[in-house]
Ligand binder design. Sequence first.
Ligand SMILES: C=C(O[C@@H]1C=C(C(=O)O)C=C[C@H]1O)C(=O)O
Length: 427
Amino acid sequence: MTESAIRDDLADRVPRLVARTTQVPDEPDLLALLAVHNPTAWIRRGEGFVGHGEAARLEVAGPDRFAIASRWWSQLTAAAAVRDDIQEPGTGLVAFGSFAFADVPGHSTLVVPEVVVGRRAGRTWVTTVSAEPSLPSTSALGRLRATTPPCPPRGVTFADGALTGAGWSAAVAEAVRRIQAGQLDKVVLARDLLAVAKAPIDLRWPLRRLAERYPVCWTYAVRGLFGATPEMLVRLENGLVTSRVLAGTIRRSDDDAHDLALAASLARSSKDLEEHEYAVRSVAEALAPHCSSINVPESPFVLHLPNVMHLATDLAGVLKDSSTSLELAAALHPSAAVCGTPTSVALQVIGELERMDRGRYAGPVGWIDAAGNGEWGIALRCAQVDDHDPTRLRLFAGCGIVADSIPEAELAEAQAKLVPIRDALSP
Ligand SMILES: C=C(O[C@@H]1C=C(C(=O)O)C=C[C@H]1O)C(=O)O
C-alpha cells in the first residue's frame, strides 16, 4: 500500500480524543494499580506505566504494519485535544504497541488506554483519555486500585508446542548444517510451549513476579502478550537514541563464584562474541541513516539476570531526522538478535525450521507519545494468552545459532530462558 493510500484509508478511522494529564501524589507501587482485566503495562524498577481500558485501538497486519500504525498515531495525535500539565516524555497521549514478528502471519496492535498512570523520577501522573471531556485525573487514580488481590495461577501444566525438545534440537542441527554449508551466518531459532491452567490467569500475578524478580528487565503486557524482556530495541528521548543489544548467553549456576568464572568464559567465547557481533552490527547499520553520530562500544559487557547471563552492548546516537521511536523500531526490526544474518535468508530458515507462528513474540513491544518519544523492547521471555480461551497460553524462547552451536546446549539455553515465565505462572 502506498503512503497516500494508507493516509486516505485511515482518515475516517481515527477517533477524536480528549486527553488530560495531571500530576498526582507519588505512587511508588505501580504494580498495585494493574488492571484486573486485560492489563497494559510497561514497568522497570518501579517506573513506567500501567494502562486501563481502551479509548482507541488499531489492529493491523502485513508488511505495512509499522507504516500504518505510525500514520494512525500521527493522525490520532494531530486530531486530539490535549491538556498536559507536565509535558515530559510519556505524558499527554500515549499508545502501547506490540507488533508481529513476521510480515505474515500475525496481528499487531496499538492501544490508547482510557487511563494511564505514569511514573518517572519519583513523579507520578495520570492521563485520562476519552471521546468526551475527561474526568479530573485524581479521582481516576482512586478508582484504579483493585479491590481484590491478584489470584495465584491454578493447576498450570506445560506441554511441548510445535516441536518436542528432540524435534527442536534436530531443527538446530539442520540450521548448523546450513550455516556450515555457507547458506547463512546466523539464525535465531525459537520454540514454543503450551500452558493450560485450571482457570483464566490473573495477569497481575505473573506481572508482579516478573517485575520483582527481574528488575533489570522491562516488564510488559499488551493485549494478552506479557513478559519481562532484557533487550531494548530502541529508546528515543528528546533526540537521544539508545539501544541495548543482547546475543550470546550462558546459564547461571547456584554458586556466585562459579557464575563469575562463567561470565569470564562468556566474555571470551569466540562463538558467543561472533553471535553478538552480528546482532550489534545489524542495529548499528539500521540506526546509522537516522543518527548524526553513534557510539558503539568496542566490546560487550556481561548482563547478569537471575537465570542466565548475556553478552550486552549499549549503543547511543543522536537523532538527525524526524523519525519517531516507532519508526526507528520499524527500521531495526528484525535485528540479528532475534532473526539472523543475512536477514532474508534467516527469515526463510525460521519459517521452514521452527514450524510455528511466532505471533508477536520477538517483535517490538513498547510505547510512544505524541512527540515520538518512546521505548520499544523486543518481546522476549513472554507468554501469549489465547484470544479465544483465557486458560491457554503459549510460551516462547529462542537461541542464536552459529556455525559451532551444539544442539543440546541450545535446547538447554532455551529451557533456561523459559524459566522466568514458567516460574511466574506458578503459585
Ligand atoms: C531469542 C531470544 O533471546 C535472544 C537470543 C539470545 C542468544 O541467543 O544468546 C540472547 C538474547 C536475545 O537477543 C529469546 O529470549 O527468546
